[in-house]
Design a protein around this ligand. Structure first.
Ligand SMILES: Cc1cc2nc3c(=O)[nH]c(=O)nc-3n(C[C@H](O)[C@H](O)[C@H](O)COP(=O)(O)O)c2cc1C
Length: 192
């Protein structure tokens, strides 16, 4: 599927590349990390939990592309799936590893939805994230590592995301699961 989303603007002020510390930070099971974006993925809202866990001030996140919290170990294929699903006006659940302002990381289970105007046009996106279980992270991490390893075999981003998207489709086909079935198997185990 073609990536139809418009290219986001470059980050403001030449942000330095963050190096992951390998330290994990967490938040409580009764908290939600919430953000909203415009149709291009530019942050228009971040709640207090988002700011506290990511370690940013409001003026550092508002107006920035959402990939400002991107962790380098997250597969491109997962974000392609996210944008393809949102582009089809569908919601998606995904386990995402994010990078805080000091390089610490925090895993979330994100529920991302498109917001539409009365004419059906997408006016923005909303993401609500809760704390995933350690068991769920253990289930997705090996798959994500496999996808990232595949991506690193390719010199350009396009080839990398195509190859890892194919690999993701192959892994799911082997398990005879759609992505939705795969993710819900993990989410349902969190709740049992
Ligand atoms: C509502 C919404 C929330 C998002 N939340 C995150 C997030 O928490 N972490 C993240 O890395 N990407 C998030 N993204 C995806 C980013 O826009 C981006 O596609 C991703 O970070 C990959 O960045 P890259 O294209 O620079 O590799 C979100 C997108 C939307 C629309």
């Amino acid at each position: 599927m073609l990536d139809t989303r418009p290219a986001p603007p470059a980050p403001r002020g030449g942000r330095a590349v963050l190096r992951p510390t390998g330290r994990e930070r967490s938040f409580s099971a009764d908290e939600l990390i919430v953000s909203k974006t415009d149709p291009r993925g530019i942050i228009t809202y971040a709640n207090d939990v988002f700011l506290r866990v990511s370690g940013y001030e409001p003026d550092e996140v508002l107006g920035q592309p959402h990939n400002m919290v991107r962790h380098p170990e997250m597969p491109r294929a997962v974000f392609k799936l996210l944008w393809d699903t949102l582009g089809a006006k569908q919601e998606i659940f995904a386990y995402i590893n994010n990078l805080a302002s000091n390089g610490d990381h925090y895993w979330v289970l994100a529920h991302v939805t498109p917001s539409q105007g009365p004419d059906g046009r997408v006016v923005g996106y909303h993401s609500s994230r809760r704390k995933p279980s350690a068991a769920a992270i253990r289930r997705v991490q090996p798959l994500y590592s496999q996808l990232v390893a595949e991506e690193r075999r390719h010199a350009n981003a396009r080839a990398a995301v195509d190859a890892s998207s194919r690999l993701l489709a192959d892994v799911l086909a082997e398990q005879q699961q759609s992505y939705e079935e795969f993710i819900w198997t993990i989410i349902n185990r969190e709740e049992s």
